[in-house]
Design a protein around this ligand. Structure first.
Ligand code: MF3
Ligand code: CO
Length: 248
């Protein structure tokens, strides 16, 4: 079932989204060569808690960290540890916070120091793919319109579209219906209605679209070891279009 949020729920989700967006802004200055991913993770946890929320990822289906930190060829769900960011890395922070029972979810990929032109290209066009997908969001549109748009943009820019992981509804659960794939056909899938909240999250690769799961059972990496980027906003569907809840 795809839920329509009440005005009270939307207010709580606005706060959850704002905390997520602010956590991104708070962490950005720390994304420099030499910082460990566990330091970033603990800064995120402390900030989210200071804002009166909790990190939704922590212990989600057993996930062991507070936010997901994925470097270079890691697509999603990287686990913080002793690894240090290096000049030339790209790093994805996927941050989820729960405020009074309601979630916000936003991922963003950042350059660390000086990155290659290829990586800059990947970041620029994955972010643009997110907005191409969001352009489709509006009451009356089909979920398939979003995926079709993201896929067309990615393909036109020679980027691999990860198919194994999809966007999703958001609410008092982090992952709700509907699935929001980054591929598909227009005029297919569920119809969006005002008051739905969804996370749109293209994950695009410089090389092959194929990915696999590491032995830690969480980290997903590209099959060819080429870099991957991930841009995600949680948005409220409106009659006119959408409102970004995780503004940054
Ligand atoms: N934003 C991530 C997702 O939608 C959140 C994952 S939480 C985790 O998949 F615990 F599964 F890592
Ligand atoms: Co998500």
């Amino acid at each position: 079932m795809i839920t329509i949020k009440s005005s009270r729920e939307i207010e709580l989700m606005r706060v959850a989204g704002e905390i997520v967006g602010d956590t991104h802004k708070y962490l950005m200055p720390y994304l420099k060569p030499g910082i460990t991913t566990e330091k970033i993770d603990s800064l995120a946890r402390d900030y989210i808690i200071k804002r009166g929320a909790t990190p939704s990822c922590y212990h989600y289906e057993g996930y062991p960290a507070n936010i997901c930190i994925s470097i270079n060829e890691e697509v999603v769900h990287g686990i913080a540890g002793k690894r240090k960011l290096k000049d030339g890395d790209i790093v994805t922070l996927d941050i989820c916070a729960c405020y009074k029972g309601y979630h916000g979810d936003s991922a963003w990929t950042y350059p660390v120091g000086n990155v290659s032109d290829e990586k800059k290209y990947l970041l620029e066009h994955t972010e643009k793919a997110l907005y191409e997908g969001l352009k489709e969001v509006k009451a009356g549109a089909h979920v398939g319109d979003i995926g079709a748009s993201v896929e067309a943009y990615a393909t036109a820019h020679n980027l691999g579209v990860v198919k194994e992981l999809v966007g999703h509804g958001v609410g008092n659960h982090l992952h709700e219906e509907p699935d929001v794939p980054n591929y598909g056909k227009r005029n297919t899938g569920p119809v969006l209605k005002a008051g739905m909240v969804i996370a749109v999250e293209p994950m695009l690769n410089l090389g092959t679209a194929n990915v696999y799961l590491l032995d830690d059972d969480w980290t997903v990496i590209t099959a060819d070891g080429m870099p991957s980027a991930h841009f995600e906003h949680t948005v409220l569907v409106t009659d006119e279009g959408y409102t970004i809840l995780t503004k940054r």
